[in-house]
Design a protein around this ligand. Sequence first.
Ligand code: PRP
Length: 183
Amino acid sequence: MPHRAYVIDEMISAKSIAARIEALASEIKTAFTGTEKLIVVGLLRGSFVFIADLVRELDMNVEVDFLEASSYGEAMESSREVRILKDLRGEIGGKDVLVVEDIVDTGFTLKHVVGLLMSRNPRRLETIALLDKPSRREVDIKASWTGFEIPDAFVVGYGIDFAQRNRNLPYIGKVRFTDDEPG
Ligand code: PRP
């Protein structure tokens, strides 16, 4: 992808994210009351920051595992074909599972992953997405919990990349291209 010039405008602050995660963790703990162990599955790579903060707010017995699914690669548009690049290390049959996603856009990734994991017969499977862009949805799926619904903006930070850059921003920012602005 050619390197276009852009700036990043803050959209959701680190403080707002932290407060929302605290509230979500409390809802999740209540929903999973009585669960002996919750398998928290992060979808790589985008969810690595979110899952790290989320599990530290979940004072319950958790096991962390990761799955890598990719539909975008280096592209800006979904390929609509989800590939599993890295599977879970552990078995989930008969277990309680929470799938952690950074963003639901067209919905292809989450739908595919949920279908795959449900075929392994977990006792219960729920999903959480930090961000949701409902206006972009192409398949019928919604996470059990959503951090923030956002408009169709190009976002980066807090784990989310633009051509592998900006994942390390502590907040969610909106990309604004400056090379097509009049000037
Ligand atoms: C991004 C993002 C979600 C998915 C959402 O992943 O992290 O997993 O796309 O899009 P969808 O709802 O249209 O399927 P990507 O394939 O870019 O990989 P990454 O997480 O490694 O950045």
